[in-house]
Design a protein around this ligand. Structure first.
Ligand code: 13P
Length: 334
C-alpha cells in the first residue's frame, strides 16, 4: 500500500470548497427516484440522467471533488461513446465506486441489518481500479427503535466496514467508511448522539484492530439530528453544536476528512447544517458533503426525463452543488 498516495486522494476528496456527489443509487433506489418524476428506469434513461450530471461543467470542476458510482454506471458510456468515468476525470473530479451489495436481515436480531459484499471484494476492487476508481464506499445501516440497535448489530457492521476498508487500502483505493445511523425513528437528538457515538467508537476500534491506516480513509457519518417522527425537532444551532461534539469525542485527528451523508434531510436543512458545523471552526478535519438526495432531488425534478430539460437539470444541480460548496466553507447565506 502507498499510504502517501491514499492520503493525497483523501485530501483531494475533501479539498476546500468541494465535496462528493453520491450518484450510486442501486437499481431499486434509482427506480424509486424515477417513479417519483414519472420516468421509466431503463438503462438508457439512467445513463442519460447521470450523463447530464457529469456534463455539468461548472458544478463538476468547481464544487464536486468526486463521484460515487454504481457498478452499472462505471461501465457505461455516454451517448457519444465516451466512458462516463472519463467525463468525470475530464472535469477534474475523481471517480469512486460503491462496493457494498446492500443490506440483509441480521439473524437473531429482529429488525436489524448487516451489509453484504465482502465475498470476492479483492477481485472486484482490482477491476474497478483498472477502470479508474480511486475511492470506494461501503454503507452500514443502524436503525434506532425500541430495544435497538443491539451491540451485535453495531459490532458485525463495524467488523465488515473494517474488513472492507483494509481490502480497499490493499488495492490502493481510499475507503469511505459510512456507518449510517438512520434518522427515521421518533427518537430525539440526544438519543441519536448516544447511538452514533457508540457506533463510531466501535467502528474506529475495529479499524484499529484490522490495521486500517486512518490517514488513508474518509469518514462518512450522519449528523446529530432528531428522528424524523420526533415531536421535538432540534434547530440548526443545536444540530451543529451536537454534531461537532460527537465527532470530537469519537473521530481521531489523523482522519484526513469527513463528508456527511444527507440521510433524508431536506435540501436546505442539509446545506444549513453543513454551513453551521463549519462556522464553529477549529476542528482537525475538513467537514464537507457526500450528498445523494440533497444534491439530486432538484435536478431530478427539473429534468423529469426530457432531453429539452437538460439545461434546467444541470442548472438545478449546479445551484445545489454551489450552495453546499459555500456551506463546506461556512460561507453560505440564504
Ligand atoms: P444521501 O445523502 O441521500 O443520504 O445519500 C448519501 C449516500 O451515499 C448514502 O449511502
Amino acid at each position: 500500500m502507498n499510504l502517501a498516495e491514499l492520503n493525497k486522494i483523501a485530501r483531494a476528496m475533501t479539498a476546500p470548497g468541494k465535496g462528493l456527489l453520491a450518484a450510486d443509487e442501486s437499481g431499486g433506489t434509482i427506480k424509486k427516484r424515477f417513479d417519483a418524476i414519472g420516468v421509466e428506469s431503463t438503462e438508457d434513461n439512467r445513463r442519460d440522467y447521470r450523463e447530464m450530471l457529469f456534463r455539468s461543467r461548472e458544478a463538476m470542476s468547481s464544487y464536486i471533488s468526486g463521484v460515487i458510482l454504481y457498478d452499472e454506471t462505471i461501465w457505461q458510456n455516454a451517448k457519444d461513446g465516451t466512458p462516463l468515468v472519463r467525463l468525470i476525470e475530464e472535469a477534474g473530479a475523481i471517480p469512486g465506486i460503491k462496493v457494498d451489495e446492500g443490506t440483509q436481515a441480521l439473524p437473531n436480531c429482529p429488525g436489524e441489518l448487516v451489509t453484504a459484499g465482502l465475498d470476492k471484494l479483492a477481485e472486484r476492487l482490482a477491476k474497478y481500479y483498472a477502470r479508474g476508481a480511486r475511492f470506494a464506499k461501503w454503507r452500514a445501516v443502524i436503525d434506532i427503535g425500541a430495544g435497538i440497535p443491539s451491540m451485535t448489530a453495531i459490532s458485525v457492521n463495524a467488523h465488515a466496514l473494517a474488513r472492507y476498508a483494509a481490502l480497499c487500502q490493499a488495492a490502493q483505493i481510499v475507503p469511505i467508511v459510512e456507518p449510517e445511523v438512520l434518522m427515521d425513528g421518533d427518537h430525539d437528538i440526544d438519543r441519536c448522539v448516544e447511538v452514533t457515538q457508540r457506533v463510531l467508537n466501535k467502528t474506529f476500534q475495529e479499524l484499529r484492530v484490522q490495521r486500517v491506516a486512518l490517514e488513508g480513509m474518509i469518514l462518512k457519518p450522519n449528523m446529530a439530528v432528531s428522528g424524523k417522527k420526533s415531536k421535538t425537532q432540534a434547530g440548526v444551532a443545536e444540530v451543529a453544536e451536537k454534531t461537532v461534539r460527537m465527532l470530537k469525542n469519537c473521530v481521531p485527528a489523523s482522519v484526513p476528512g469527513i463528508a456527511f451523508l444527507s440521510g433524508g434531510q431536506s435540501d436546505e436543512d442539509a446545506t444549513a447544517h453543513l454551513d453551521a458545523v463549519n462556522r464553529i471552526g477549529g476542528l482537525p478535519w475538513p467537514l464537507t458533503f457526500s450528498y445523494g438526495r440533497a444534491l439530486q432531488a432538484a435536478p431530478q425534478k427539473a429534468w423529469s426525463g426530457k432531453a429539452n430539460n437538460v439545461p434546467a437539470g444541470q442548472q438545478a444541480f449546479t445551484h445545489r452543488a454551489h450552495m453546499n460548496s459555500l456551506a463546506s466553507k461556512g460561507e453560505w447565506t440564504t
